[in-house]
Design a protein around this ligand. Structure first.
Ligand code: NAD
Length: 352
C-alpha cells in the first residue's frame, strides 16, 4: 500500500425518499430564522413549496439562478439577501442553483442547505465556478462548501429523461478522473468505483422509465459519491476540455461532459491501467471508453459537439486554449492528439 493523504470534507448528508420534509429541523438545527430559498426560474414553484414548509423561518425566494453563475445574478441575489436580512441559504435545484448559493456564501459566509435535483454533484465540493463578462474562472474555498445536503430521491423524478442521462454521465466523469487523479487516494477510489457502478446500472433504466424510483435512488446515490470524489481530488484533461468548451461556446454543461468523456478517457487510458481496471469492473466489461460511448447511446445523449452548438472552426481554438495553459494530466497534452480528440468528439465518432 502506497502512502496517501485523505482529507474528509465537513458536511452533513441526509439521503432518502421524502427527505425534504426534514428541512425544517435542519433549518432549526443551524439556528436559521430568516432563510432565503434559491432556485432557477424553471423551479420557482418548487422553491415556493419548500419555503411554505418553513413557516416563520423563511424570508421568501429568489428564483433567478442561471447556468455558469454569472456575477451579475449573484449581485442581484445579494441585494435580496441584504434587503430581507437573510441569515441562511437554501438551494433547491441543480448545479446552477447550488453555484448561486456558493457565490453568495463566498461573499457573506452565510450557511447553506442544498437540496440537489440533478446529478451534477456541486453540493459536495468546495469548488465555485463564476462567469464575468463571458469568462469563467474557478476557485476552491471551504467557505463555499454547503453545511447540509438533503438528497431527496423523489425530487429527482421530474428531471427529464434526456437531462437525467447526461447529468448522470457528468457525475461519472468526476469519478473517472478521480481514479487517475495526481492526488488520488484509496478511499476516494472506492467511492468512485461504486459511484460509476450505481449510475451505469441506473441510467439506462431511467431512460426507459423516468419514474423508476429504485433506479432514481441508485442514480442519486451514485451522484453523491461522484460529487464527493470531485470535492476530494483534482481533475484532469476531461474537466479542462469541458471547462474550455463551456466557456468558449456556452455549450450545455451536462451534454458536453457526456460527449467528451469517452474521448478523454481514451486519450489517457494506456497510462492509467489501474484506473481503467476499476472503471471496467464498475461498467461490467472491457474497453472502458467504448462502454462509456455506448452508455451515452443507451441514454440517448448527444454524441457530437456539433449537435450541441460548437462550430467546426472552434476545434483548433479549443486545442490552443488547452495547450496555452496546460494543467496536470497523466498523459502530457500534445497538440495533434488533443486536436484529433476534439475533432472526433465534434463529429460524434467512437473514441479512439
Ligand atoms: P442546471 O442546474 O442548470 O439545471 C438544468 C435545468 O434543469 C434547469 O432549468 C433546472 O431548473 C432544471 N432542473 C433541475 N432539476 C430538475 C428536476 N428535478 N426536475 C425538473 N427540472 C429540473 O444543470 P446542472 O447540470 O445540474 O448544473 C450545471 C452547472 O453546475 C454548471 O454551471 C456547472 O459549471 C456547475 N457545476 C459545478 C460544480 C462544482 O463543483 N462547482 C460541479 C458540477 C456542476
Amino acid at each position: 500500500m502506497q502512502g496517501f493523504v485523505y482529507e474528509r470534507l465537513p458536511a452533513r448528508v441526509i439521503f432518502g425518499h421524502g427527505t425534504f420534509r426534514r428541512l425544517p429541523e435542519e433549518v432549526a438545527g443551524l439556528g436559521l430564522e430568516r432563510a432565503l430559498v434559491l432556485a432557477t426560474p424553471q423551479q420557482a414553484q418548487e422553491a415556493e413549496r419548500l419555503a411554505a414548509t418553513l413557516a416563520g423561518r423563511c424570508v421568501g425566494t429568489f428564483a433567478g439562478a442561471r447556468m455558469h453563475t454569472p456575477v451579475e445574478v449573484t449581485a442581484e441575489a445579494l441585494e435580496t439577501v441584504t434587503a430581507r436580512q437573510a441569515d441562511g441559504l437554501i438551494a433547491i435545484g441543480g448545479g446552477s442553483t447550488t453555484g448561486l448559493a456558493k457565490a453568495i456564501a463566498l461573499r457573506t459566509d452565510l450557511p447553506q442547505i442544498v437540496v440537489p435535483t440533478t446529478y451534477a454533484g456541486s453540493e459536495m465540493t468546495p469548488i465555485l465556478g463564476e462567469t464575468t463578462d463571458g469568462r469563467k474562472t474557478t476557485q476552491r474555498s471551504l467557505k463555499v462548501l454547503p453545511e447540509v445536503v438533503i438528497y431527496d430521491v423523489d425530487l429527482t423524478l421530474t428531471l427529464p429523461a434526456g437531462l437525467s442521462g447526461t447529468s448522470g454521465i457528468n457525475a461519472i466523469a468526476h469519478a473517472v478522473e478521480a481514479l487517475y487523479a495526481r492526488d488520488g487516494d484509496p478511499i476516494t477510489a472506492l467511492m468512485a468505483e461504486e459511484g460509476i457502478r450505481a449510475l451505469a446500472r441506473a441510467l439506462p433504466k431511467i431512460a426507459g422509465d423516468p419514474l423508476d424510483r429504485a433506479a432514481r435512488g441508485d442514480a442519486l446515490y451514485g451522484a453523491f459519491l461522484c460529487g464527493a470524489c470531485l470535492g476530494a481530488v483534482g481533475m484532469a484533461l476531461h474537466h479542462k476540455l469541458c471547462h474550455i468548451l463551456g466557456g468558449a461556446f456556452d455549450l450545455p454543461h451536462a451534454q458536453t461532459h457526456a460527449i467528451v468523456l469517452p474521448h478523454a478517457l481514451a486519450y489517457n487510458a494506456a497510462a492509467v491501467p489501474q484506473a481503467v481496471a476499476r472503471i471496467e469492473r464498475a461498467l461490467g466489461g472491457v474497453d472502458a471508453p467504448r462502454r462509456l460511448h455506448d452508455l451515452a447511446g443507451a441514454v440517448a445523449a448527444p454524441r457530437a459537439l456539433r449537435d450541441v452548438g460548437m462550430p467546426e472552426a472552434g476545434i483548433a481554438r479549443v486545442a490552443d486554449l488547452a495547450l496555452a495553459n496546460p494543467s496536470w494530466n497523466p498523459v502530457p497534452l500534445e497538440r495533434d492528439g488533443i486536436e484529433r480528440l476534439i475533432r472526433r468528439a465534434w463529429e460524434g465518432l467512437p473514441p479512439a
